[in-house]
Write a new protein. Structure first.
Length: 191
């Protein structure tokens, strides 16, 4: 659908190892850039925003960036927009307030709360309490992979494959390999 211009798609993977992939500014900036490449109208909105900030001479704050994104999403007669925020739980939930995770969760709540008919949002995350507290009240389709037999079997198969093909583990006793597979499968917690 995206390739034929029938939809726009923006994907953001939250990654605790990369500073720009674990905080709100990186998320919103990424969504803006991805969407502007898929629609002339979005591109015009972003260019106007950029111009309003003296072509990058002045820094827009997070609220201004979010406002620009909302302007794009609310633009009339646009194809459906699919936004995927993957691994939301990877955003740090530090003691500083608000934490990076809190700001990203609040942003997701804000987007969902817009209730735009052309906006589809997919958020993947471990079922962390702080994330569920905010997102569970929204009408949605929840799919929990943690307890799915297929998910658990895929994890077992992957671990077994690594243990049985790693040259360093080749010399291990069979019972040691099985113990590693069993412990890692339990510790994987569906991920």
């Amino acid at each position: 659908m995206r390739k034929r211009g029938l939809a726009s798609l923006a994907i953001f993977y939250c990654d605790f190892k990369a500073d720009d992939k674990k905080e709100l500014r990186g998320l919103v900036s990424s969504l803006l850039v991805q969407l502007c490449h898929q629609s002339d109208a979005y591109s015009t909105i972003l260019f106007d925003f950029y111009s309003a900030y003296d072509c990058g001479s002045r820094h827009a704050n997070d609220e201004a960036l979010i406002g620009c994104l909302k302007c794009m999403l609310k633009h009339p007669r646009q194809a459906p927009v699919y936004i995927i925020i993957d691994a939301l739980d990877e955003c740090p939930d530090r003691f500083d307030r608000p934490s990076p995770r809190e700001t990203v969760v609040k942003f997701a709540e804000e987007l969902i709360g817009l209730r735009l008919p052309n906006l589809r949002i997919c958020i993947t995350s471990r079922p962390e309490a702080d994330i569920r507290r905010v997102l569970d009240p929204f009408p949605s389709h929840h799919i929990s992979l943690h307890d799915e037999r297929g998910q658990i079997q895929d994890i077992v198969d992957y671990i077994r494959s690594v243990v049985n093909t790693d040259p360093k583990m080749e010399v291990w006793k069979a019972e040691d390999k099985e113990l590693v597979i069993e412990v890692l499968t339990k510790k994987a917690d569906g991920m």
